[in-house]
Design a protein around this ligand. Sequence first.
Ligand code: UD1
Length: 423
Amino acid sequence: MDKFIINGPTPLRGSIAISGSKNAALPLMAAAILGDSPTTIRLVPKLKDIYTFNNVIRVTGTSVQFDEEYNSLTIDSGNLGFAEAPYELVRKMRASFYMLGALMGKTGEAKVSLPGGCAWGPRPVDLHLKGLEAMGADIRLEKGYVMGSFPGESVPGGVYELNPSSVGATVNLILAAVRRAESFTIKNAAKEPDVVLLCDTLAKMGANIKGAGTDTITIQRVESLKGIETSNDPDRIETGTYMIAAAMHPESSLTLTGCKPKDLGSFPDQLRKTGAVVTINNDTIQVDAPESIKPVSIETQIYPGFPTDLQAQWATLMTQAEGTSKISDNIYFDRFSYVPELKRLGANLSVKENCVTVSGPSKLSGTSVMSTDLRASVSLVMAGMIADGETEVLRVYHLDRGYEDLEDKLNQSGSSITREDGD
Ligand code: UD1
């Protein structure tokens, strides 16, 4: 397993090009399966989760061609003959569960493995399944697999209210409904940009979807969907991660290009409260670090609130703030595996229920720490970049799931990060 050796402290100066979004690409790839002709998606990042999903899709007989030079992915479900997603692949990445909606929408039935647990808790899929039943589908659980089918060519549909709002369930229900439900309404639907992009893309393919970006989405059945050429969106979590990283060292001044600032919701304003200067100009965002960082407490919320996927990075920034801040996660209540690792670097944090209290500023000094999940891993890399001396971050394979060319991008902006073999 690869590890990173990071020498710090180093400021970030220069420019980083933002990659395509992982979490937006995955629903688009599932949507492409629904088309009656091939779909090409541009701006697809070269990430482990994308390769995993390519393989999940290929199991069905669907052709997937990834032109890595141009980050362009073509999916052709013309030869789809096997509507299954096996445990061996689904357990590697939860979003493989999107195959349930995509395959039921395409063929009328599917057999998809339940995804199992995850590093920070149980992460259920009950809403996906109850929503499909509300649509009129038959759902059975058998030996760890979900067997889903529609009783006829189409079902009348209905209304289902998600509680809590869920990105994954919204995506799965849309995928299943577009070609099968006469009329289906999702209440308390996810408003995340990833869902809006999915709806816009399906609409280009011929789907009839109203209300994307609001909390009520209504889908009316269409007989067929055509393949299209389309583009993925830039990664808002990668953007937010580098914005936070740029605020951590007083000499940092970082420009991010190819961003979609609108997708960041309330996040840039939160970062400004720390004293960082955030300048947005079309698709470019510049962050100039403050002389001293003001403590800013945050609570994660659904979009456009503060994203849970930036919570660990924010806690890392707060270790350098002049005072105490509180970080509450209202989406996932125990996503704090990074806390003991940051403590090993010298940070002062404590966890109570779903809230981390951070007392800063702490002088961090390099040592060995271990990655436990994607966002926790990147927060440890960021801590290593401002810690004195050498920090060793073990098990960086988590990072390879979600950050394209992370060490190259950061090294070009002044960091010293080396990838080595070994654990
Ligand atoms: C997606 C993102 C993930 C992000 C999360 C929240 C992808 C691939 N992943 O995950 O990076 O952290 O949104 O923004 O896009 N819930 C249920 N029952 C369900 C489904 C969800 O109770 O059937 C709960 C979850 O436990 C959680 C909340 O709903 O508390 C939101 O989860 P959800 O939006 O579904 O997250 P994912 O789609 O899995």
